[in-house]
Ligand binder design. Structure first.
Ligand SMILES: Nc1ncnc2c1ncn2[C@@H]1O[C@H](COP(=O)(O)OP(=O)(O)O)[C@@H](O)[C@H]1O
Ligand SMILES: [Mg+2]
Length: 240
């Protein structure tokens, strides 16, 4: 569904992603792990056509070369992004924020997929219905994260990129958010990549994992291999 070929990314003169070639197959749930600064968010920004970074190499999405396309076109082709910084509109209500996630109809999927609209947003995140008139700047971190996920889903993407979705959340809220991601993924058959520094909790649900270090992919394999590799985990967590 998504494939990169020798992808390189730069912020001005700073080269931050080096010759990465990775692939995400339809239906997969893939983890992309790495310590802070290893290039995970830059990789997602490159997929989304957001500059910086400047990129070289190729990004193929659903068989089409999307390298260099404007970001809105990439989103309209069915690539959804839940950014690390959440990007809530502070002066708009929760409901208006959600409706901004709607993409022009008929572009995504084959029409066989169940559609995700406002009723679904409120079904999966009942809290958002309760606070639907609250402004973006009045939300807690957990509410912002739920809103960002629901808003991305309102675009009915084929592939969703989650950038550290549980970062900064209290453990019980983080667990709720993760459970929602798992449930939505199952119910709507969306392919997904989740970026985290490392998440033991996520491993049992993943089909495959990548690990990045200093802008390079240093591991690709099944979660079981990563679960058994304590040295690599210590490296990811920055201990030992
Ligand atoms: N806007 C920017 N300008 C210059 N360098 C940046 C910018 N954003 C990130 N970087 C650099 O790119 C590298 C990768 O960062 P990032 O993709 O944010 O990593 P991660 O998401 O894995 O923490 C880091 O060295 C970081 O300092
Ligand atoms: Mg990041």
């Amino acid at each position: 569904m998504l494939q990169t070929k020798k992808l390189n990314a730069f912020y001005g003169g700073a080269h931050v992603i080096f010759d990465t070639s990775l692939h995400i197959r339809q239906g997969e749930f893939v983890g992309l792990f790495g310590r802070n600064g290893s290039g995970k968010s830059s990789m997602f920004r490159a997929f989304m056509g957001l500059k910086p970074p400047l990129i070289t190499g190729e990004i193929i999405f659903k068989g089409k070369d999307i390298t260099g396309l404007p970001s809105h076109q990439i989103a309209n082709q069915g690539l959804g992004w839940v950014p690390e910084e959440r990007k809530i509109f502070p002066n708009l209500s929760v409901r208006r924020n959600l409706l901004l996630g709607v993409k022009s109809a008929g572009k995504n999927g084959g029409g066989h997929k169940r559609s995700f609209g406002l009723p679904e947003a409120y079904h999966y995140f009942p809290k958002l219905e309760q606070i639907q008139n609250r402004l973006g700047n009045q939300l807690s971190g957990g509410e912002q994260q739920m809103l960002t996920i629901a808003r991305t889903m309102m675009g009915n993407p084929d592939l969703v990129l989650f950038d550290e979705p549980t970062e900064g959340l209290a453990p019980n809220i983080a667990r709720d958010v993760l459970n929602m991601i798992l449930e939505i993924r199952k119910d709507f058959q969306v392919t997904a990549v989740v970026v985290e520094q490392f998440s033991q909790h996520l491993l049992p649900y993943l089909d495959r994992c990548y690990v990045m270090e200093h802008g390079e992919v240093i591991f690709e394999g099944c979660p079981k291999t990563l679960a058994d590799d304590e040295a690599l985990q210590r490296k990811l967590l920055g201990v030992g």
